[in-house]
Write a protein that binds this ligand. Structure first.
Ligand code: APR
Length: 250
């Protein structure tokens, strides 16, 4: 492992344009469960079709709203971990770093990363079914109804979490930027994703096709491990600080 950490540190130290692609695994050490890990993942215990689709929301809005409020409380209690902070530190050390995350917890920004693309939205933001976006819990305060109704004058449509559900399109501006950055990077660092959800899982292939060097950090091999030039089998909060420590020695 020591040699692999040195290889990863050497690749990162020479990166001109680094893209960091992250998934739920990087927030696991902050106390936020992942989705697909056996038994402990959220989808091991819950039906994503009932909780993370528009059909599920329309069939039972209160069930879905309450579940996202449960997840929001977990996020509000969570702090960035050494993995998030190591990525923010890379942005200080390297000429150009972009974080592309599938996570809706906002912990990368909280850790100090400034260039962050949130592919799947953010759990602290809300929108109504008529498209009034950018709502916060403060805008919805004082309402008994669950889910609350849109506060825009004359609207009163149901409010839903500002995240991307299965079967929904991503914001095309964010996706286009993520595709462009993945095709322009010379190094991609993949952290804590199973690599099964599209279109996020296609981004490493775009980097690979553009001859980028690919490093993956994950305790378990993922659908993307075959693409990795260096695979670091361990938790992000432990491995990433080790890589930065070696970068400091070099
Ligand atoms: N450090 C790094 N990786 C970890 C850690 C850790 N401490 N702990 C677990 N992992 C890895 C797991 O081995 C797994 O490969 O994180 C990955 C989490 O995979 P998923 O649960 O599938 O999460 P993710 O890939 O982010 O899911 C993608 O699916 O459910 C939707 O919209 C949701 O954004 C999510 C998307």
């Amino acid at each position: 492992m020591k040699d692999l950490i040195h290889q990863a540190a050497d690749i990162l130290a020479h990166a001109h344009r680094l893209v960091v692609l992250t998934g739920a695994g990087i927030s696991k050490e902050s106390g936020i469960p992942t989705f697909r890990e056996a038994q402990q993942g959220l989808w091991a215990q819950q039906d994503p079709q009932r909780l993370a689709t528009m059909q599920g929301f329309l069939a039972n809005p209160t069930l879905v709203w309450d579940w996202y409020q449960f997840r929001l409380r977990l996020v509000e209690q969570a702090q960035p971990n050494p993995g998030h902070r190591a990525i923010a530190e890379l942005e200080q050390r390297l000429p150009h770093v972009e974080v592309i995350t599938q996570n809706v917890d906002g912990l990368h920004v909280q850790a100090g990363s400034r260039r962050v693309l949130e592919l799947h939205g953010n759990i602290r933001r809300f929108k109504c079914l008529r498209g009034h976006g950018g709502l916060t819990m403060a805008d919805l305060a004082g309402q008994e109804a669950t889910p609350p109704l849109c506060p825009h004058p004359g609207c009163q449509a149901l409010v839903r979490p500002g995240v991307v559900w299965f079967g929904e399109n991503l914001d095309y501006r964010i996706l286009n930027q993520a595709v462009a950055d993945s095709e322009a990077c010379d190094v991609m660092l993949i952290v804590g994703t199973s690599g099964v959800v599209q279109p996020a899982a296609s981004l490493p292939y775009r980097a690979w096709n553009a001859r980028a060097r690919i490093i993956e950090v994950n305790p378990q091999p993922s659908e993307l491990t075959d693409l990795a030039h260096v695979y670091l089998a361990g938790p992000a909060g432990v491995v990433l600080p080790q890589v930065l420590a070696v970068m400091s020695e070099q």
